[in-house]
Design a protein around this ligand. Structure first.
Ligand SMILES: Cc1cc2nc3c(=O)[nH]c(=O)nc-3n(C[C@H](O)[C@H](O)[C@H](O)COP(=O)(O)O)c2cc1C
Length: 395
């Protein structure tokens, strides 16, 4: 383990966040850390987990715990996977490759964002675990057909179709810090050079990594999509329900729909023939004012039943949060910032450390709860606040 992320220096995800803040210029740190508008949803993603409390069984010896599970038919050693995170290469040179490799070594899946800075073939080759591809239909259906064929040929086994990004959320920190200038014109275009000067290691890495001004997996007629075009392109290519059936016809692998909040949308996802869904508010980066995603999970689980797998993401910062999500009926969870902070702090060892913090936290929580296998975790291990469960009339 790299010394910089070893215990007792780094004991939890907040420690990795602190190191990330120290290594990154503010414009990049805030891009990861921030959310939309007044960040109500960003905060509630974390706060909602604090409202769920455990109901442990005492006097139970759990000599070993089993964290293995299957998600979308893939055998995983952990009940969490790495969420799609765009522009990862801005956090650390070769970021997508390093994160994918760390996921594979830990026995879990990696989801590559459409908005990534590394050719998808290189990322797929970096991991010996499952790799899934997150889809935005940038450039419309023609460009997307080519992208999906490429993903299939590269060996991505599932598509994660994100349905909550019809327009990018208003991330005020990004606007104030000048992220658009950074992404559009490179380091030299940044209006606030002061924040860069104090981050020489990040600048050196960024320059050595080649500047990152394009998305090599979005091939428009003019070539790879430039960073500057992201907002416009997303607005022009909103993923709608008829796109889902179009994707279903085109893609013979698994399909996950990410960005579900309600029973109604969950029903629609099932009807469209998806294999799984993710209850997600995009880490509080899109519509501010929706509840912390774990609050929406019971409604969706109750609507879907066993018909397809239900995953959740948003606000997971420790192993106990993962256990709570499983107890509320999630098949597994996705983690975004938890690993993005690790990557930003220290590259691959940072991602490995983030994964290890979560894994060890799940094991410890299970032993203290008195449950031996993640498949045995159920509602009886938590107390759910009044009003969270459908049909609950306690409040
Ligand atoms: C910096 C950053 C970039 C993201 N980029 C994408 C993306 O390109 N596509 C996507 O579907 N979700 C994206 N997300 C959302 C994550 O997949 C995930 O839903 C979210 O991070 C979960 O919340 P958490 O960060 O609290 O774990 C991004 C999240 C972050 C923090």
């Amino acid at each position: 383990m790299a010394r910089s992320v070893a215990p007792p220096h780094v004991l939890n995800i907040s420690d990795l966040r602190r190191l990330a803040k120290r290594r990154l210029p503010r414009v990049v740190f805030d891009y990861i850390d921030g959310g939309a508008d007044t960040e109500i949803t960003l905060r509630d993603n974390v706060k909602a987990y604090e409202e769920l409390t455990f109901r442990p069984r005492g006097a139970v010896a759990i000599p070993s715990t089993d964290l293995k599970t299957t998600i979308l038919g893939a055998q995983l050693d952990l009940p969490f996977i790495l969420a799609p995170v765009g522009s990862t290469r801005l956090f650390y040179p070769n970021g997508e490759v390093l994160a994918a490799r760390a996921a594979g070594k830990a026995g879990t899946a990696y989801v590559l964002s459409t908005l990534s800075g590394t050719p998808m073939e290189q990322v797929r080759a970096a991991t010996n675990g499952p790799a899934w591809y997150q889809v935005y239909l940038c450039g419309g259906r023609d460009a997307s057909v080519k992208m999906l064929k490429r993903a299939k040929a590269a060996g991505f086994t599932a598509l994660v179709v994100t349905i909550d990004t019809g327009v990018p959320g208003l991330r005020e920190r990004d606007l104030r810090n000048g992220i658009k200038e950074l992404l559009g014109r490179g380091i030299s275009g940044l209006p606030y050079l002061g924040q860069m000067i104090t981050r020489p290691a990040w600048i050196a890495g960024m320059l050595a990594d080649g500047g990152l001004m394009k998305f090599p997996n979005v091939l428009l007629p003019s070539g790879p999509m430039p960073y500057a075009d992201v907002g416009k392109t997303l607005e022009e290519s909103v993923v709608c329900w008829d796109d889902l059936s179009w994707i279903r016809d085109l893609w013979d692998g698994k399909i996950v729909v990410k960005g579900v909040h309600t029973a109604e949308d969950a029903e629609r996802v099932v009807a469209e023939g998806a294999d799984a869904l993710v209850v997600s508010n995009h880490g509080g980066r899109q519509l501010d004012g929706v509840p912390g995603s774990i609050r929406s999970l019971p409604e969706v689980v109750s609507a879907v039943g066993n018909r397809i797998e239900v995953l959740v993401d948003g606000g997971i910062r420790n192993g106990g949060d993962v256990v709570k999500a499983l107890a509320l009926g999630a098949r597994g969870v996705l983690v975004g910032r938890a690993y993005a902070y690790g990557l930003s702090a220290a590259g691959e060892p940072g991602v490995t450390r983030a994964i290890e913090i979560l894994r060890a936290g799940i094991v410890r929580t299970m032993k203290l709860l008195g449950v031996a296998s993640v498949r045995e975790i159920n509602r009886s291990y938590i107390d759910v606040p009044a009003g969270w469960l459908p049909g609950d009339t306690r409040n």
